[in-house]
Design a protein around this ligand. Structure first.
Ligand code: MSP
Length: 518
């Protein structure tokens, strides 16, 4: 079995999880489930980033010790996962002993090798971004961009990691591995970034300024820069399992690609003599009215509200259907409802109802076998459409084009419903002719088989619905997913349930009360 190690970014615990965080977990889970279906041995890691200025400041604001603050907020992030049906194998917190030990060991090793040196730094520092700024970061009018928050001038001694000396190596690495970053246009941006000279990376913060971090093993008067600490989570979680580490892929948002994941991380690993990950998948942002959804702008949606209202499957479906991985997407409730109603409730939900209902009415609840001798173009075309759909969706999913794979599956469902309209089993049910009876059985078998296949194509996105539908069809799919995608006779003779409510119509939004008259 091929190993496949997949990770999400680890979230800062300075606020509650929002829709952006949830999306990354869902996307990574869809990839993990898909790879398992393809037969890989998947290891899926997610977790939280607990050190640094932001977390220290948030704890202080709440008037509690940082560890207690982290314990509370991390619990919220962890609790979100089962609610979204996420199948992670591990959850890492950067305050855990297993992580701290690896960070300190790597730092010590780099220090011993002469990759880290001490120097005096004078310059500007952004507390919000926890980063030293350069003159080129200024706006044309000399001020600092909004994203840096308050910027102060400081003079202090710090430890630096020799990033600069690896620039040529990294440039060559990207030349040799043109598909390292998905989507490809992001790798081009990295290559552009590397045309400017790199600076060495300041990897320490003096304790007087920042307490909340991992002490440097070679100088306890300093803690480790939060990004140097955080990036190592991917490795520390599997440090004792090199066969897993070698197959790593990171799913992250576009905002943390350059420089942390695309520049610091490969150089850190290379300098430490460790293998590099297989690749990076950089997704885009969920926006609201064009602005990035985030804690600081206050426009963030709570994923739990949507899950409570529509269920985890509908939530997952929408995020994956709507977002072309790598691009940005605007979240609106209207669009959510359009997809929910037309694709889940109507297209899928109706096919389920019709299949159960007609099998109960016309075949006493037992799925009959199709008879090829009565089939005509209606059945043949539907099968041909499935063969085409199946041949398309596997490579689409392999290339992270899940939204297009879902679109193709929806087309197949639409065509299956159209087939039912044309075949009109309810008319055949009224006929006493033998041929019509055979055709009726064929129609029931055809629609049920089409439903089973569509469900197999959807199961990594809507796992709970897939399980429920298979259960009411009296069917338990086997482990060979590709085999499950073959049109066949697996449902013949299965006893079906009479009904299943999958995607109930949401209650109409409550009308806002009329403004009080003055
Ligand atoms: N702690 C760092 C990551 C360290 S990884 C070694 C961090 N945390 S974060 O909480 O700010 O963001 C976590 C992830 O959520 C990032 O990949 C980020 O891109 C993603 N998202 C945060 N807001 C988002 C949207 N509005 N939309 C989609 N994803 C976004 O960065």
């Amino acid at each position: 079995m091929k190993s496949f190690y997949i990770t999400t970014a680890i979230d800062y615990v300075n606020g509650s999880p929002h829709l952006g965080h949830a999306y990354e977990k869902v996307l990574t889970d869809v990839i993990a489930r898909f790879r398992r279906q393809m037969g890989d041995k998947v290891h899926f890691l997610t977790g939280v980033d607990e050190h640094g200025q932001k977390v220290q400041a948030s704890a202080k604001k709440k008037g509690i010790p940082p560890q207690q603050f982290c314990d509370e907020v991390s619990q919220e992030f962890r609790a979100l996962l089962p609610k979204l049906n996420i199948t992670n194998d591990d959850f890492i917190r950067t305050t855990e002993a297993r992580h701290k030990a690896v960070v300190r060991a790597v730092l010590q090793q780099l220090f011993d090798k002469g990759e880290i040196y001490k120097a005096e730094y004078r310059g500007f520092y952004s507390t919000r971004q926890e980063q030293f700024l350069q003159e080129k970061d200024r706006l044309p009018d000399g001020s600092w961009p909004e994203i840096f928050g308050e910027v102060t001038e400081i003079v202090e001694s710090n430890y630096f990691f020799k990033l600069k000396q690896y620039q040529a190596w990294l440039v060559e690495f990207y030349e040799k591995n043109p598909d390292f970053i998905f989507p490809a246009f992001r790798q081009k941006q990295v290559v552009e970034f590397l045309k400017e000279p790199l600076n060495d990376l300041c990897i320490s913060r003096p304790r007087e300024r920042l307490e909340w971090g991992i002490p440097l093993p070679f100088d306890e008067g300093y803690v480790t820069y939060v990004w140097f600490d955080a990036l190592l989570n991917y490795y520390s979680a599997v440090a004792d399992r090199p066969e897993i580490w070698r197959e790593a892929r990171h799913v992250i948002g576009k905002d943390i690609l350059v420089p942390p994941h695309a520049v610091y991380w490969p150089i850190m690993l290379h300098a430490a003599g460790l293998p590099l990950p297989r690749g990076i998948i950089a997704h885009g942002w969920w926006l609201q009215r064009g602005a990035k959804m985030s804690k600081s702008t206050g426009n963030a949606l709570n994923p739990l509200d949507l899950v409570a209202e529509f269920g985890a499957d509908a939530f997952r479906y929408f995020l994956i259907r709507e977002m072309n991985v790598g691009q940005d997407s605007d979240f609106t409730r209207e669009q959510f409802l359009v997809r929910y109603n037309s694709e889940l409730a109507n297209n899928l939900g109706n096919l389920v109802n019709r299949t159960l209902n007609m099998t109960t009415r016309f075949a006493a609840g037992t799925l009959p076998a199709a008879d090829a001798t009565v089939e005509d173009d209606l059945e043949k075309n539907l099968r041909a459409l499935w063969a085409k759909t199946r041949d398309e969706i596997v490579p689409l999913c392999e290339g992270y084009q899940f939204h297009t794979a879902l679109e193709r599956t929806m087309v197949f469902l639409t065509e299956t419903n159209a087939y039912i309209e044309k075949r009109a089993p309810w008319k055949l049910g009224k006929s006493a002719e033998l041929r019509d009876q055979v055709l009726l059985r064929t129609a029931l078998a055809t629609m049920a088989e089409a439903l089973r296949l569509a469900v197999a194509a959807l199961q990594h996105v809507t796992p709970a619905a897939a399980e429920k539908i298979n259960a009411v069809l009296g069917y338990a799919p086997g482990n060979d997913w590709r085999g499950e995608l073959e049109w066949g006779t697996r449902l013949n003779g299965r006893k079906v349930e009479a009904a299943l409510v999958l995607f109930p119509r949401p209650a109409p939004p409550e009308k806002a009360p009329a403004p009080a008259k003055s």
